[in-house]
Write a protein that binds this ligand. Structure first.
Ligand SMILES: Cc1cc2nc3c(=O)[nH]c(=O)nc-3n(C[C@H](O)[C@H](O)[C@H](O)COP(=O)(O)O)c2cc1C
Length: 183
């Protein structure tokens, strides 16, 4: 099994999503002893902003080669970090990851499993009244759904709402990471 591990937090070692994505990858390695892991930090090693139609690239090849993609994705200003957006912009390539035909769009990434380590200062999960302001998880769901991939979220939310809520959120997210099943 090939794992691609992406991190996009600007918060270095303190980052919740980095700690969580690392725990997810650790668990996947435990469950699949033969797994190989490629790592990409889109903050330390920024992806250039797209300046035209996305096409074939080493980043796309790396994504296509992965069976499982683990993405550390914090919520910044209700969306994903711009560094992560720049990486995503390299992946939507007509004829490679999706196609348009007579019956509309078709995702071509059917076999791929995406696991998102999501972190956010507030609470957006339904029935939160702020659910409509979540353009982070909803965007990632739409994006990878469009490509036909399976996406799941392991979430630490409300981490900015005091020590108690932060601890609860972290405990529950790390427990979910530890309970992940192999592909
Ligand atoms: C630049 C920036 C923007 C943020 N915007 C939001 C936001 O819109 N909504 C929210 O709930 N939290 C927001 N936060 C809080 C982060 O989502 C929270 O601290 C989360 O843990 C960040 O993940 P990280 O620790 O992996 O960087 C923001 C934090 C930063 C640094």
């Amino acid at each position: 099994m090939k794992v691609l591990h992406i991190d996009s937090s600007i918060n270095g070692q303190q980052s919740v999503s980095r700690q969580l994505s690392a725990a997810i990858v650790r668990r996947l390695r435990e469950a699949n002893t033969g797994a190989s892991v490629a790592y990409r930090d889109v903050v330390a090693d920024p992806v250039p902003q797209s300046s035209g139609m996305a096409g074939s690239s080493p980043l796309l090849d790396e994504f296509l080669a992965a069976d499982v993609v683990v993405i550390g994705a914090p919520m910044y200003n209700f969306g994903v970090p711009s560094q992560l957006k720049a990486w995503l912009d390299t992946l939507a390539v007509a004829g490679v990851t999706f196609s348009y035909g007579a019956s509309g769009p078709q995702g071509l990434c059917g076999g791929k499993r995406i696991i998102v380590a999501s972190s956010r200062g507030g609470i957006y999960s339904a029935p939160s009244p702020a659910a409509g302001m979540d353009h982070q998880e909803s965007y990632l769901s739409s994006f990878f759904g469009f490509l036909g991939a399976q996406i799941e979220f392991i979430r630490a939310e409300g981490v900015g709402m005091g020590d108690e809520q932060r601890q609860r959120a972290m405990d529950s997210a790390f427990a979910a990471a530890g309970a992940l099943q192999a592909a």
